[in-house]
Design a binder for this molecule. Sequence first.
Ligand SMILES: Cc1cc2nc3c(=O)[nH]c(=O)nc-3n(C[C@H](O)[C@H](O)[C@H](O)COP(=O)(O)OP(=O)(O)OC[C@H]3O[C@@H](n4cnc5c(N)ncnc54)[C@H](O)[C@@H]3O)c2cc1C
Length: 470
Amino acid sequence: MINHIEFEEPEVTVIGAGLTGLTTAYWLKRKGISVHIVERDNRIGGQIQTQHNNHYTYETGPTTGAVSTPEVAELMMDLAQTSDNVCRLETAPDAAKRRLIWKGDRFRELPAGLLGAVTTPLFRFSDKLRILGEPWRKRGENADETIGALAARRLGQSFVDYAVDPFISGVYAGNPDTLVTRYALPKLYALERDYGSFVRGAIAKHKQPKSDRDRLATKKVFSAHGGLSHIPEAEANYIGMEHISLGVSEVRVSQEQGAWLTSYKDAEGRDCQLKSRWVVTTCGAYSLPDVLPFVDKERMQAIASLEYAPVMEVNVGMPDTFGGDYCAFGGLVPTKERQEILGILFPSACFEQRAPKGGALFSFFMGGIKHPEMLDKSDEEVKRIVTRCLHTMLKFPASAKPDFIHISRHRRAIPQYTATCGQRFEAVKSIQEQFSGLLIGGNLRDGIGMGHRITQATDIANHIFNTIKK
Ligand SMILES: Cc1cc2nc3c(=O)[nH]c(=O)nc-3n(C[C@H](O)[C@H](O)[C@H](O)COP(=O)(O)OP(=O)(O)OC[C@H]3O[C@@H](n4cnc5c(N)ncnc54)[C@H](O)[C@@H]3O)c2cc1C
């Protein structure tokens, strides 16, 4: 029997209660548009999940975001208001800006200025000279050039090996030789395309007048006070849990007389249906063939073939730093250095109350597109690797023992924006054009970070609001 909606018919049905789905629904409700979310998991937040262990607070998914667009700052300001300050922005202090790169037997600081770039042991002398000549190097001609090829051409191979490769591991858990610049780092791509050089482009951009709204995008590293989960929690509280169905299965969308029908089994296994004017999907590309069965195979294949990098995140609480200097954003490990980890973040240097006084929290990352096999290691083996790295890389004395080690495995963590993006974006565009009222969101397009997710969700909510208003 179909359990014909125990809740009001929404104008919009959102599939997925991660950051994209919840932010879309939050802004829709703020604009007076009724919305219902269906979520497969028994909890909200998707990849965002903050955990607490004694006096430690750690993230098992994303650890930090960047205030990369005004939309991020605006959401956080609005959430502070609607949650009575329970959810509020926390930005990392300048002291935690340092980025470290592993080379040889220790972490070294990634240079932030010209003097540091000339004196650093990370890059070859010939490449330092090459970096100085970057403004005069000629434009590339291949629109689908990979990040690795672009950086090698403009900056030199040692810059690729010791800056670009670890950066790409840290952001994409990916490979700079397969990620295509115009999709994966569109702002960097635009600098060369529009200004002929990264340096000239960055200077020109810096000189451009900025509105007060532009200035909200401070680029600062952020979290929420007390952990990232406060963001989805505050959004869900505002939306109202009665408008979010958790633990659903067999979600299928179909059309009926100009309306969208979303059918699913609720947490008790009962058949349910939601009728709405709009449907917004925010789930991973791999879920879409089941969710949107009416889309032809060819276009769906262009979307569902998106590859995701697997990532293992291991949080380690240390009760004592033994005088070590861990005041940095974290350290990344270039592929060339052949270590078992991709990098280590230092969340307790960035945010308050992540570790007890005198102690520190570290988040180790392993796997990625280059080493998916790392996720198959047993917990005991992972703990051995992390403990070894604590001593050899972070230089903890042999006597130092962690308070806890927590392992989380994400088999489909980060979508890889490779050469297949063009076909996928085209497929999404033509499906949305053909099926009015259906919007395909999520990290299969428009960027992989939390800032991108918030920006996309805001755009989707504005689009629906503006269309309804007409
Ligand atoms: C280990 C890790 C580390 C990361 N680190 C960072 C970082 O430091 N900074 C940063 O900015 N970003 C980081 N990210 C990326 C960031 O987590 C994502 O950009 C963001 O959380 C994605 O939100 P989303 O809502 O688009 O997707 P998700 O969080 O994946 O949410 C999608 C939701 O859809 C649900 N769903 C799927 N299929 C269905 C279905 N058929 N029916 C109903 N519901 C369904 C899922 O259960 C899920 O809740 C990281 C990601 C991972 C995995």
